[in-house]
Design a protein around this ligand. Structure first.
Ligand code: CP3
Length: 345
């Protein structure tokens, strides 16, 4: 099925586009009442992720309702640790909790490198069904967590402000840390390759906890593994790296075999372009809190952002996931502003 709208793919590859493409991280989720209804019908987030027909339905909702230029498969970065042998529970208002955590090299050895078509078959089926349902309207983004961010959950056992248990292991047991990071990396490569085979048109790697490492450790325990992933994926599928908070790593990320680098809202746009150079597409980076403002404020701040990216490769997005209590009407103002303003570029 040829794509009717491939703006985001052409932008990622640095080709000519008529206007800037736009989507939102975490667009498939709680901001939409249509999503909350589907989730309520199956009882829990995890049931929804594991029911491909419904995962496909909520993946497509933001394309129909918000008018975004890409869909992102409804799943979670924590499906990988689960398939490797560490199941999680998603606890309302608290977030993910792991019953078991990784403490020793013996724990790492017990983990498996999952076969994505069996252990993660529900994600592949959701991708295939989404591709059918989209019928070529917009591209589908596949994703995974970065090895460092997955490591952080597997060692810590839950979300955390500091992730000090996970960070401690990097100092006290670097050998076990590296063994675990390598196993996550190997699993992630197989997982992303399978997503691409199932139909994902591009992939994004979320390094949500990049910003808590010092620069030398970020290089050693994250960039090295991101490099392996970028190197292992097929050349014709664009890769986006989003390393939240890692302003210090922009230069290092610009050297990797990826097409797009995500910016969070703390990163200065012009400075980032200088550091990264002209050869990558940049994605982002409106402050998600702007969407709490009036429609006029949203327009003003969005145009301010767009004008800073003007003349260079850009995919419009927020600087992190959209917050759950954001009014979808405000999201539409953001999307409409990107579409109208960049037509004039
Ligand atoms: O972007 C999308 O719309 C696609 C689906 C998607 C989800 N999680 C669904 C989800 C994606 C891309 C993710 C990625 C993800 N998951 C990240 C990286 C992105 C980021 O925000 O930094 C992280 C760190 C996770 C782990 C995770 N999943 C946490 C910490 C939580 C609880 C807190 C929260 O943000 O809700 C989740 C739950 C989760 N994942 C929900 C959704 C829609 C909410 C569950 C619900 O209440 O329905």
């Amino acid at each position: 099925m040829p794509l009717q709208n491939d703006l985001i793919l052409r932008t990622a590859r640095g080709e000519f586009v008529e206007r800037t493409p736009v989507w939102l991280m975490r667009q498939a989720g709680r901001i939409l009442k249509e999503y909350r209804e589907v989730r309520a019908s199956v009882g829990s987030f995890k049931n929804l992720v594991q029911t491909p027909e419904l995962a496909a339905e909520v993946t497509i909702q933001p394309v129909d309702i918000l008018g975004v230029d890409a869909a992102i498969v409804f799943s979670d970065i924590l499906e990988i640790p689960q398939a490797m042998g560490l199941p999680y529970e998603m606890v309302e208002k608290r977030g993910p909790i792991f019953e078991n955590t990784i403490e020793t090299v013996a724990d790492v050895e017990k983990l498996i490198i999952p076969d994505p078509e069996t252990e993660l078959g529900y994600v592949m089926e959701a991708i295939r069904l989404t591709k059918k349902g989209l019928n070529g309207r917009v591209p589908l983004i596949g994703f995974a967590g970065a090895p460092w961010t997955i490591f952080a959950y597997m060692v810590e056992g839950s979300g955390s402000k500091t992730f000090s248990k996970a960070r401690r292991m990097l100092y006290t047991d670097p050998m076990t840390s590296e063994a675990l990071l390598q196993k996550i990396t190997d699993s992630t490569i197989e997982y992303l390759k399978a997503q691409i085979k199932a139909g994902a048109d591009m992939v994004q790697i979320f390094d949500s906890w990049a910003g808590i490492l010092p620069p030398d450790q970020y290089q050693e325990f994250s960039v090295r593994y991101l490099a392996q992933i970028c190197h292992a994926l097929p050349e014709d599928v664009p890769v986006t790296l989003f390393a939240k908070g890692a302003f210090f790593a922009r230069q290092a990320l610009s050297q990797l075999n990826c097409q797009t680098i995500g910016l969070d809202w703390n990163m200065d746009i012009l400075e980032s372009r200088r550091i990264i150079g002209p050869a990558k597409t940049l994605q982002g980076n409106l402050d998600p809190c702007v969407l709490y403002g009036s429609p006029e404020t949203i327009q003003e701040k969005t145009i301010e952002m767009l004008d800073k990216f003007r003349g260079s490769r850009h995919i419009a997005n927020l600087g992190h996931g959209v917050y759950p209590d954001t009014d979808p009407e405000k999201v539409k103002v953001f999307i409409q502003t990107v579409k109208e303003h960049t037509m004039k570029f």
